[in-house]
Design a protein around this ligand. Structure first.
Ligand code: CP
Length: 315
């Protein structure tokens, strides 16, 4: 594996989840593997879990880490080739990526979707240009269209909590006051294609995800119907994909409540966090013992550790 940009880059998805599980059981088992190596973490957007868990994962493998907020600390980057750089962008990605490669042995990058220009977002310019011009492996810490480290952590959480061979898993849209990207829903859906499960997506009309990603996953526009007999409920907001970046619903009809969870088969509740309480899900759902949200966050460390180990093994 040269880079970790999407789940498809993994040499073997199930072996990666197994590796994450074994690292969780014995997190210091590979503590010398990354000795004298440096992981750079570049953030174009805010983070709590990704920033801390990826650093912790690296440190458990013996790496040193360098973190930089590119949004306000670095020179503004130019990504286009052949431009005369007269504007506010002071540094070209060619130099920036090459320079980061002098200080780091791997670089992890977070660069969200703009939600303004679909074509530009789908081109994944930040991650792909870094991958093109860096001389080191590039790791996706959430890009415009995917959040594979979150999906790997979610796969580990599902593995730990499933009680039947083929559970029913429902990804349900939930309300949010801001327009949010599709990255988590996309990567979760991609991850579910590796699972033995009955997987459904439920969202209001107008919120269908990119069909090139969801393919033939059933989409149910009636949330109560979708939740019936579910074993896992994964709530997430995303903005409209078709009317790109727009919020089409401002009501709270799709909030996950205790009453809605009672339609399920005592389902476990999942969300990637951060979550807006009593907007996306009610307090009694989040505070219930069936909520896995903190375990999902915990598993981010071991998912990242597995990815870093695979990249080191392939170096
Ligand atoms: N789930 C997740 O990626 O959290 P952060 O945005 O806080 O990193």
């Amino acid at each position: 594996m040269k880079h970790f940009i999407t789940l498809n880059d993994l040499p073997n998805f199930h072996k990666t989840v197994d590796l994450a599980k074994s690292l969780k059981e014995n997190p210091y088992s590979q503590e010398a593997l990354g000795k004298r190596k440096t992981l750079g973490l570049l953030f174009f957007n805010p983070s709590l879990r990704t920033r801390l868990s990826t650093q912790k994962a690296a440190q458990l493998l013996g790496f040193s880490t360098i973190v930089m907020n590119f949004s306000n600390e670095a020179w503004a980057l130019e990504f286009e080739d052949g431009t005369q750089m007269r504007g506010i962008r002071s540094e070209h990605i060619k130099e920036a990526a090459a320079v980061v490669s002098q200080y780091c042995d791997m670089v992890a990058i977070r660069a969200f979707a703009s939600l303004v220009n679909k074509e530009n977002d789908e081109a994944e310019i930040v991650l792909k240009r870094f991958a093109k011009y860096a001389k080191i492996p590039v790791i996706n810490m959430e890009s415009a269209t995917g959040h594979p480290l979150q999906a790997l952590a979610d796969a580990l959480t599902l593995k730990e909590h499933k009680t039947k061979y083929r559970p029913k898993v429902v990804l349900t849209w939930a309300p949010h006051p801001k327009a949010l990207p599709h990255a988590v829903a996309n990567s979760f859906s991609k991850m579910m294609s590796f699972q033995e499960a009955d997987y459904f997506i439920s969202n209001p009309e107008g919120y269908d995800l990119d069909k090139r990603i969801t393919k033939n996953i059933p989409v149910i526009h009636n949330q109560s119907e979708a939740l019936q007999n579910a074993d896992f409920v994964y709530a997430k907001n995303w903005c409209s994909y078709e009317r790109y970046g727009q919020i089409l619903r401002t009501d709270n009809e799709w909030i996950i409540t205790k009453e809605k969870m009672s339609l399920t088969k005592n389902a476990k509740f999942m969300h990637c966090l951060p979550i807006r309480r009593n907007i996306v899900a009610s307090d009694d759902v989040l505070d219930n013992s069936n909520s896995l949200v903190i375990e999902q966050a915990n598993n981010r460390t071991f998912a990242a550790q597995a990815v870093l180990k695979i990249l080191l093994d392939h170096a």
